[in-house]
Ligand binder design. Sequence first.
Ligand SMILES: O=C1O[C@H](COP(=O)(O)O)[C@@H](O)[C@H](O)[C@H]1O
Length: 325
Amino acid sequence: MAASSSSISLLFSNTPRISFPTQDSPFLPLHNATFLKSSPKTGSLSLRLEGVSSINKKKLSCKAVSSTEMAAAEGKKKKVDVFDSKDELAVNLAKYTADLSDKFTKERGAFTVVLSGGSLIDYLRKLLEPPYLDSVDWSKWRVFWVDERVVPKDHEDSNYKLAYDGFLSKVPIPPGNVYAINDALSAEGAADDYETCLRQLVKSGVIDFSEASGFPKFDLMLLGMGPDGHVASLFPGHPLVNEKEKWVTFIKNSPKPPPERITFTFPVINSSAYIALVVTGAGKADAVHKALGTPSDDSNTLPVELVSPAGELTWFLDKNAASKL
Ligand SMILES: O=C1O[C@H](COP(=O)(O)O)[C@@H](O)[C@H](O)[C@H]1O
């Protein structure tokens, strides 16, 4: 991973269910941990860990404080937040997203948000409730997809349909600010067309541009991860994970149906200002462990391990997804 230092933020709604460091702690393989402080009010823990991560094998700072506090206090580029329940995760993801919406709306006059398909959309549900439904300036949102299945927009497999039904139809984002693929085109044509659309929006200043990478710089990407460690439609062992030139590409043999999809490439994903990786369920614990756990000799890098943004990466995990850490 590119980050030179990392932090792990463990958030618990109640008194922590685990104790650090004990032999039977199910969460982190603590080789060396120093207890720093605890908060009786929040039930949070602060720990400094050494030698626990496959990320860079350097000292990690582990604090059970809020994501916002963590970022402000330590300016770290990578955080891992583990939540007791999926509801707790959704509450915190809503605050994280709304805070970034405020920040970018003030700074840039627009907030470019990239959605995934799959389980992610349901975790945006708390944004549909007070205070966010009224407090977020939805008119400034510009919505994109990190990947899309090449099917009609009303098809059950469409990521657009999933997002529309579960989120977009319930917030006042102007329809013209929602950038879906052209579903009348082939996979190749739809990828080219979407990239052309992005280039125009970069030119007009709606999407920021990273001079450092030469790729568009989205304000926030909300990524999911499959049990096999895929992100967007970038699958393990597929040559598309190595694409270095294109902004948007296509796949016609996706191992997960449907087979035809378009996807952002890693250079675009990793040029983002902020990325949230939202991962839940025991079925994803192995891939989470591979990405965040102790180092192993396994040289088969998962796509999720290649998520390494220029900006800030925050993992939102539930306790089941984190169960093998
Ligand atoms: O096929 C896809 O899968 C991933 C993961 O989905 P999940 O339901 O396991 O969260 C998703 O992030 C991607 O956008 C989607 O096209």
